[in-house]
Design a binder for this molecule. Sequence first.
Ligand code: NAG
Ligand code: NAG
Ligand code: NAG
Ligand code: NAG
Length: 184
Amino acid sequence: MRAAFFPGLFGLTALAETVVHDFPHLVIPLDSTAPDKAYNTQETFTISNLNWTAANWDVPSNGAIYCKIGFTINTDPQRGAPWNIWGVDDNEPYLINVAELPNDSIKKNTTYANQPKPLDNVATLAVYKSGYTNFTWSRPLVCQKGQVASFLLQPAEPQRQWDSGLSWYELDYPHGITYDMYVP
Ligand SMILES: *[C@@H]1O[C@H](CO)[C@@H](O)[C@H](O)[C@H]1NC(C)=O
Ligand SMILES: *[C@@H]1O[C@H](CO)[C@@H](O)[C@H](O)[C@H]1NC(C)=O
Ligand SMILES: *[C@@H]1O[C@H](CO)[C@@H](O)[C@H](O)[C@H]1NC(C)=O
Ligand SMILES: *[C@@H]1O[C@H](CO)[C@@H](O)[C@H](O)[C@H]1NC(C)=O
């Protein structure tokens, strides 16, 4: 949990919010080269043309007024958080779409072949070689309080970035993808 103070940011005179980072609890590789293989839960997300990843979040019930996907790469050398990006130039981000899936639709036995059909994209994430990340766009989520939220991560530009990819070992610093809840 982290307190963030952004006075005046949304045209309000003062706004003090706490951002609650909710971490994924089930991380399931979807491997197109082994479409029927169920990997069960893993610590590592891999996103490339051949490998996608889906995950579930146990969303707590709190006073959050809005929610959205968050993402961080922790580049502190003291921490040595594991991550890897390949197939991009220094100034070119690797682009990943985050798509909403039906609630609680990812299971231990979910595979590439039996994965649920995605609903809408909710964000496009840009990750640079330096570890700088941002969202080229992102929309607020309806906070799924007390529910299991499921999302799919897949390449946003598979034809152009066909040999690129990103992987990271999810850690709670945070380092990786989070379901962020904004509590006033
Ligand atoms: C996909 O991910 C799985 C699990 O991490 C790995 O064993 C496999 O080699 C990957 N496949 C490709 C094509 O990268
Ligand atoms: C999750 O379930 C709630 C109702 O329980 C529903 O309003 C919402 O649309 C569902 N969201 C998704 C992404 O399935
Ligand atoms: C996958 O696991 C769920 C329970 O988590 C079960 O309901 C479903 O039948 C299983 N599907 C397959 C194909 O084994
Ligand atoms: C995020 O990246 C886009 C380009 O993809 C850039 O236009 C925008 O300024 C960046 N946002 C921030 C906050 O750096």
